[in-house]
Design a protein. Structure first.
Length: 419
């Protein structure tokens, strides 16, 4: 067996002891969350309770099946941790009758911020409060998300506060739909056990759904955009990429990688790059210009200054990352972090152009490295943002393993090479 085949085999079927290590580690962390030791946030405590129970069920299943049903049980573990905890958070919030944005109650503040954004959008055409008009601005007055994300708050703005208008329902349904379409468009590859194990081992992946579900949807759109480019549907890929970037700025690094991939992908058809770029730019102008035009200062304060740590109020995204710790030193620390970011961006762009992402596997890998670097160096970042590199790494593993012949190949169709 060649070394490449051995690598793929380890990704597809890692040794059984990895299952045990992942299960023990995540269940211990989930238990600490459930009992309020690792966190006092209600949504994460709900996640911890559900995940701990799901972990015990998974362990029993692995024991009784003697490891023969590894993938089905870990798939159950990931699904239960994400879906059941989200439903639990929605029910808790509805029964508690939580109102307003400042109080976290079965949902992180992001959920209420999006819902308020939908209401502001319907009333004023922009989802952002003008912070300059507030005497004592607080964290919950800010909306760091791009304009398009407020769409998920519109149902609550129209129909009122009910359990079924909770924004997390719509984020969850949209994420599942996007992932299914991306998987189907990619010729329905089998997700290797190693990739599912990585999802199970990264708590930010499943925790995100109960917290708000925003980042799960953004990264799902990123995965879909790459698949569309690989299939030669660059115009559609551009629209998908613009949708992600129109919801949150964290999508922009992957948009850049997808654009380079569109220009460098195999095949004789040279219109892929311009089509992707044109669709992306036109769509982004349509999303950002109206919000910028209605209230320029509110847009800049919420969307640009707040995530960069340059706003009147310090961002609530405090995850103990290197960038956040250095920026806390003071103005000099913020300058140092921004300098690190600029250098990191330059190095990643240079690496990408020196060895262009000509395959979807490499495009995912470059995106994962770029976003991991950004999450570590951003002045305002948190542990949960690791969902981005985690999911993109899973996508890279899946496409990498597809070349073994065990799953459909993620390569351009024969007809594509003759165009």
């Amino acid at each position: 067996m060649s070394s490449s085949s051995q690598q793929r085999e380890k990704i597809i079927n890692p040794p059984m002891y990895w299952d045990v290590l992942v299960l023990v580690g995540v269940v211990l962390y989930a238990t600490l969350c459930a009992f309020g030791v690792a966190t006092d946030v209600v949504s994460y405590r709900i996640w911890g309770s559900v995940t701990a129970v799901a972990g015990v069920v998974t362990a029993l299943g692995l024991a009784f099946s003697r490891g023969r049903l590894r993938t089905p049980f870990f798939t159950f573990f990931v699904a239960a941790s994400a879906l059941v905890s989200t439903i639990g958070g929605i029910v808790y919030r509805a029964q508690a009758g939580c109102t307003g944005v400042a109080k976290e109650c079965g949902a992180n503040m992001e959920t209420a911020v999006v819902e308020r954004g939908g209401e502001l959008f319907l009333q004023h055409g922009t989802p952002y409060l003008d912070i300059a008009t507030l005497a004592h601005p607080q964290v919950w007055h800010y909306n760091p998300y791009s304009p398009l994300l407020s769409v998920f708050g519109v149902p609550r703005a129209i129909f009122g506060s009910h359990w079924w208008t909770d924004a997390r329902w719509f984020f969850l349904l949209a994420t599942l739909l996007v992932l299914w379409v991306a998987w189907y468009m990619a010729d329905r590859p089998r997700i290797p056990h190693g990739a599912i194990l990585l999802l199970a081992a990264a708590p930010p992946v499943t925790m995100n759904f109960v917290a708000a579900g925003i980042d799960a949807l953004i990264v799902a759109l990123m995965v879909w955009a790459m698949v569309a480019v690989w299939r030669g549907q660059s115009f559609i890929g551009g629209l998908i990429a613009a949708t992600a970037a129109g919801m949150k700025l964290t999508a922009f690094p992957v948009v850049v990688v997808a654009a380079v991939f569109a220009f460098c992908r195999p095949g004789r058809k040279r219109s892929h790059g311009p089509l992707f770029l044109g669709a992306t730019l036109i769509s982004l102008v349509a999303v950002y210009v109206p919000a910028f035009g209605i209230n320029k200062e509110a847009f800049l304060e919420n969307v640009i200054r707040y995530p960069l740590g340059l706003s009147r109020v310090t961002s609530s995204a405090q995850g103990g990352t290197p960038g956040q710790l250095i920026s806390n030193i003071g103005p000099a620390g913020k300058s140092v972090v921004l300098g690190f970011l600029v250098v990191a961006v330059f190095l990643i762009v240079a690496w990408m152009f020196w060895q262009p992402p000509r395959t979807i596997t490499r495009a995912y890998a470059v995106s994962a490295v770029g976003l991991l670097t950004a999450m570590l160096l951003m002045p305002a970042s948190r542990f949960g943002y690791l969902i981005y590199p985690a999911v993109l790494t899973v996508a890279a593993f899946t496409s990498f393993c597809a070349d073994t012949g065990r799953t459909p190949r993620l390569r351009p169709h024969p007809a594509e090479s003759t165009q």
